[in-house]
Design a protein around this ligand. Structure first.
Ligand SMILES: *Cc1c(COP(=O)(O)O)cnc(C)c1O
Length: 380
């Protein structure tokens, strides 16, 4: 296949739709699914993913910032949009104007949001995040104080209570169970004070995919799963892993063009620092993607890509704009041919989790790190 760009990703609309359907089927009709499209939908393109999910009937979307929410609104998003991370005090007005629903993380913010809504003459819904043990964003105040602040708000209406897990994939410990218990205790105390909003949500991909139903309540917030990934869980040795009940497939393939093919003699040193030394004559290929495109620098001398349906090891350092690969197993590759960094090629497949592990990082970081200069095309 000849390459249309130096480096590009191909995103399958059909896969994203199918993954969303699989998520909804598992969650069941009583649990609302709020797909997470933050960070430009983990680089799959938030606007296009919004369109795909809306066509599939998504009623909610979650993002991390006001900017991300505005981008979706400006592109015509009709779904409710939950802004999950903290927003800046100066952004509250724009949030209201664009009909974005904030997650509030402190009672001071709740009071400020209420004043703003009152001044705008609006009733504005918000979700409140409880810090149940993640120790990051979220309210830690005693439930009595929370209830007082919620009831005191005249124009801000509590629609959802949420929390987020720190170690959902770790089945060797009890942190997630403790977080659930802490959160449930807050819910019960709030209910006793007359505060019980309709939407209760704790779970992202892992708690959903491995069937931690106690944490599903009335809404779930999957991101990774939509794009085709479920991280493996850790279990104590000798114990059996929980069943992965969700089946999804990666929606993104990442490719780059070969820009040069050349033969170097035994003894040649390759790239910055001469990190690789050829112990035999090597046919090498220069790939038009480097760390500025998102290829992890730590794949130097240890990662691999797929060229002509064969594994092609990365040799030498990954540099800013190019990566050198060993084409010994695919000697017919020519400049202009496409090489696969992520996805399938011939009978081989490289997934983001596999590449991330080799680079000592996580698939989330790898996907989000595919840079803006990498073209994105959509396939059906
Ligand atoms: C990113 C995020 C999610 C989605 O997590 P995945 O593991 O990608 O499913 C859910 N909730 C919150 C608060 C998040 O920040």
């Amino acid at each position: 296949m000849s390459a249309p760009y130096r480096s590009w990703i191909e995103v399958s609309r059909r896969r994203i739709a199918a993954n969303f359907r699989a998520v909804r089927q598992l969650a069941g009709t009583d649990v609302e699914v709020c797909p997470v499209v933050k960070a430009d939908a983990y680089r799959h393109g938030a606007v296009e993913v919004m369109r795909i999910l809306t066509a599939e009937g998504a009623r909610w979307l979650a993002v991390s910032s006001m900017d991300e929410g505005l981008t979706l609104r400006q592109a015509g998003a009709t779904a409710r949009i939950l802004v999950m991370a903290e927003f800046l005090p100066g952004e509250r007005e724009a949030l209201l104007a664009a009909n974005l629903t904030p997650v509030i993380h402190s009672l001071d913010d709740l009071r400020a949001f209420d004043h703003l809504a009152a001044r705008a003459g609006a009733t504005a819904a918000y979700h409140l995040k409880i810090d149940s043990g993640m120790g990051r964003l979220g309210v830690l105040a005693p439930p009595v104080e929370i209830a007082r602040a919620v009831r005191a708000a005249r124009s801000a209406r509590l629609e959802g209570l949420m929390t987020h897990f720190a170690s959902a994939a770790d089945y060797t410990g009890v942190q997630t169970d403790i977080q659930i218990e802490t959160f449930e205790a807050v819910l019960a105390a709030l209910a006793a004070q007359g505060v019980s909003p309709p939407l209760i949500h704790l779970s992202s991909t892992i708690a959903l995919a491995y069937g931690r139903r106690r944490a599903w309540r009335t809404m779930v917030r999957p991101g990774h799963a939509l794009y085709g990934y479920v991280s493996p869980v850790r279990v104590r040795s000798g114990e059996s892993a929980p069943v992965q009940e969700l089946s999804v497939r990666p929606a993104l393939a990442w490719k780059a063009a070969l820009v040069l093919v050349k033969d170097v003699p035994a003894g040649a040193r390759i790239g910055y620092g001469g990190m690789f030394r050829a112990d035999r004559p090597v046919r090498l290929g220069i790939l038009a993607a480097g760390y500025a495109d998102g290829v992890p620098h730590r794949l130097g001398n240890k990662g691999r890509v797929i060229a002509g349906g064969q594994w092609a090891p990365i040799i030498g350092a990954v540099s800013m704009d190019v990566t050198t690969i060993d084409l010994s197993a695919a000697p017919d590759m020519r400049p202009g041919d496409a090489v696969t960094l992520l996805g399938t090629d011939g009978g081989l497949r490289q997934g983001a989790q596999q590449m991330a592990r080799t680079a000592g990082t996580i698939s989330y970081s790898l996907l989000c790190g595919i840079s803006a200069r990498v073209h994105r095309i959509y396939t059906d």
